[in-house]
Design a protein around this ligand. Structure first.
Ligand SMILES: [Zn+2]
Length: 302
């Protein structure tokens, strides 16, 4: 699963390539991955009619701007519609310029050596200028969803999302209150809960807690004010640095330019089980917590 820095990296590089382009044709090879919600409660999501409406309302539209909400890519179109792209576990986007130059983002399968389109290519955008955008997905959990722009905030993917770490309203005071509201929850699974804060997954939860010196199993309500402040700072510092480096590749993600994310070498605990803590020399441990593995240093995290 990509996390906020990986999706942000794809967004920044998608922006550069598809903004301002006009869609000539949408090729739906696997219509069930194309959702359409033309108006509230029309019940057409995932249906053959939805696929038809998806295609019809995209063709002829220009891509206006690209945004991101947590791990969802959002492309605003020149008509009244907005396209959501959720890569889920194994989604991959490939952009091919008219001159054949490619940019890949998301899951590394299929690798660059495999021709596109291939059997994992489910949706193809043909742009008027001859360039193309391919949506590949090995396991088919990802999807594209076309919605009315003024109903974007009501979509279930968006509506339930917790606050973004970079939202200006996300202050240390708010974070402290949020933790108190979930006093009994263990801090690591809580940080990963997308309804609590959006965009933090396994890697950055482990790294932020190590930064703050807090064990992943600590109840949220037992975290002292100075630790809350450190955790708050850690989340922002680590996410910012990771975005600057193009994300982390250890979670099987590559950036749109096909490069492996560059943050991997900065990881302090994630994927470092049995190695020495870079801060105190303790041995990094890994435990199962909330169905995922948690990495931490038992000596400098308490
Ligand atoms: Zn340590």
């Amino acid at each position: 699963m990509p996390e906020l820095p990986e999706v942000e990296t794809i967004k920044r590089q998608l922006l550069k390539e598809v903004i301002g382009k006009k869609i000539k044709e949408v090729e739906l090879r696997l219509p069930k991955l194309a959702y359409f919600e033309g108006f509230k409660g029309d019940g057409s999501t995932g249906s053959p009619q939805a696929a038809k409406n998806f295609k019809k309302n995209l063709e002829g539209a220009k891509i206006g701007k690209a945004d991101r909400a947590a791990k969802i890519l959002i492309l605003t179109l020149s008509n009244d519609y907005t396209l959501l792209v959720h890569l889920k576990m194994t989604g991959q986007l490939i952009y091919r310029a008219k001159n054949g130059k490619m940019r890949r983002g998301g899951h590394p399968w299929p690798p660059a050596a495999v021709e596109v389109p291939n059997k994992w290519t489910h949706i193809i955008f043909h742009f008027v200028d001859g360039s193309k955008l391919y949506f590949n997905d090995l396991r088919q959990f990802g999807y594209m969803k076309l919605v009315k722009s003024d109903e974007l905030a009501e979509q279930k993917e968006i509506r339930k999302l917790g606050i973004e770490p970079f939202d200006k309203n996300f202050t240390v005071e708010l974070f402290s209150k949020m933790l108190k509201c979930h006093a009994k929850a263990k801090i690591k699974p809580l940080l990963m809960d997308q309804n609590f804060i959006s965009g933090i997954g396994n890697i950055y939860a482990d790294e932020s807690l190590h930064y703050a010196g807090i064990l992943p199993t600590r109840p949220a309500g037992k975290i002292k004010p100075e630790e809350v402040k450190r955790l708050y700072q850690g989340i922002k510092i680590i996410l910012k640095k990771s975005i600057a480096k193009g994300g982390t590749s250890s979670d099987t993600y590559v950036t749109l330019s096909g490069q492996k994310g560059g943050y991997e070498k900065y990881l302090k605990v994630y994927g470092r089980e049995g190695k020495k803590c870079l801060r105190c020399g303790g041995i990094i441990k890994r435990i199962k917590l909330g169905g995922r593995s948690a990495h931490f240093c038992p000596d400098c995290q308490g």
